[in-house]
Design a protein around this ligand. Structure first.
Ligand code: SF4
Ligand code: SF4
Length: 364
């Protein structure tokens, strides 16, 4: 039966039926919020109602068993309702202060599977992409390095001891469906070699015009090649124009570019989308290449931890990583983080607008 106000029962169910009653009752009436303790937020309504949100870190890929356990917790404490954040946290909401501690005790009784945290001046859960498990163009895995890094930074997730929040993100190729372009610390999978063209397969599995049109730099061109004594239509890649993005492989499976030696990870820092203290910033490249070393990616873990700890020690309260680096100067940033400076470091992204009014920070 369609819900009231809806014409059919097609499409996703109306989101309101998934809201806790206190959220429905106070729609548009929330006045302010505070972080009561790491991982616990309190929102106050003008009606006097309160909602307490307990934020729990989770992996992005989880088992059915885990989902069942999450639902069981929600049934027990939160009217069967919960929400997932964009950073894969689970948020359990209760409508009274005396319901918070029983929920926290229940979560703590389940081992380390439900860590409470991810609020305020700490490391938020790492937002990440699909990696080797699901996508076709990754230069590295996603869940693997994220797990290895978060295991090492776990104490910063459950506490709020950093100068400000640190958002870490991972994208397993530079198409970046993981938002690494504006993260405090970004882990980016990179290919370093152009696609390898399998002329034998290409006519059977590819639409050549699509492969040519897919390249953002115009590096894929029509060509001819000899296969088994016959001349066939195929493509060639102008290597100097290739930025190793893998878009051509998306269109043409005969142009793979995954390569065990060429693929690896770059580290970028200093991005943010907030307008506080300074305007939003893009992340800047600081480590051009680290090898892919599954299952625990020790080089990547070490690099991220070193940057985070140098920032934790040196930055002023409320300063994000990029603001800290700009205040002390990028030269000092490289010294303090023990990173060699190379000609590939720090891309200076400029906005292409014909105006200075590119942010709300602009003043005459
Ligand atoms: Fe696929 Fe690239 Fe997204 Fe990774 S970042 S999931 S490789 S598109
Ligand atoms: Fe073009 Fe990207 Fe393919 Fe290189 S990898 S040829 S830049 S589409």
């Amino acid at each position: 039966k369609p819900m009231e106000g809806r014409l059919t029962d097609l499409g996703p169910p109306h989101y309101e039926q998934f809201m806790p009653q206190v959220i429905k009752d106070n729609k548009g009436k929330w006045l302010w919020h505070e972080i009561v303790q790491p991982g616990v937020l309190m929102h106050k309504s003008e009606t006097g109602d309160e909602v307490y949100t307990v934020r729990v870190g989770s992996a992005r890929l989880v088992t059915c068993q885990f989902i069942r356990e999450v639902c069981e917790i929600a049934d027990k404490h939160c009217e069967g309702k919960l929400r997932f954040t964009t950073r894969n946290n689970i948020e359990f909401m209760v409508d009274a202060k005396d319901k918070v501690q029983p929920l926290l005790d229940d979560l703590a009784s389940r081992g380390n599977r439900f860590p409470v945290g991810g609020t305020g001046a700490g490391v938020t859960n790492i937002v990440h992409t699909q990696g080797w498990i699901h996508c076709h163009t990754p230069a590295t895995d996603a869940s693997g390095p994220v797990k290895a890094v978060m295991d090492e930074l776990f104490e910063y997730f459950t506490s709020m001891t950093l100068p400000a929040q640190v958002r870490i993100a991972l994208a397993c190729c530079l198409n970046m469906c993981g938002a690494v372009h504006a993260s405090d610390i970004a882990i980016l999978g990179i290919h370093r070699k152009p696609p390898m063209i399998d002329h034998k397969r290409i006519t059977g599995v590819c639409e050549l015009p699509l492969a040519i049109a897919s390249c953002p730099t115009g590096a894929v061109k029509p060509a001819k090649a000899e296969v088994d004594g016959n001349e066939i239509k195929t493509v060639k890649v102008t290597v100097e124009r290739c930025m190793f993005c893998g878009n051509c492989y998306t269109m043409c499976p005969a142009m793979p570019l995954a390569d065990p030696d060429g693929d690896g990870i770059a580290i970028l820092v200093g991005g943010k989308i907030s307008n506080r203290i300074s305007a939003p910033k893009f992340s800047k490249l600081v480590i051009p290449f680290l090898p892919n070393t599954p299952p625990r990616w020790p080089e990547v873990v070490e690099a991220v931890k070193t940057i985070l700890e140098a920032y934790a020690k040196d930055a002023k309260k409320y300063e994000r990583v990029g603001e800290w680096a700009e205040r002390i100067g990028w030269e000092s940033f490289f010294e303090k983080c023990n990173i060699p400076f190379t000609e590939k470091s720090i891309d200076d992204y400029r906005l292409a607008y014909n105006t200075w009014r590119t942010t709300t920070q602009f003043k005459f």
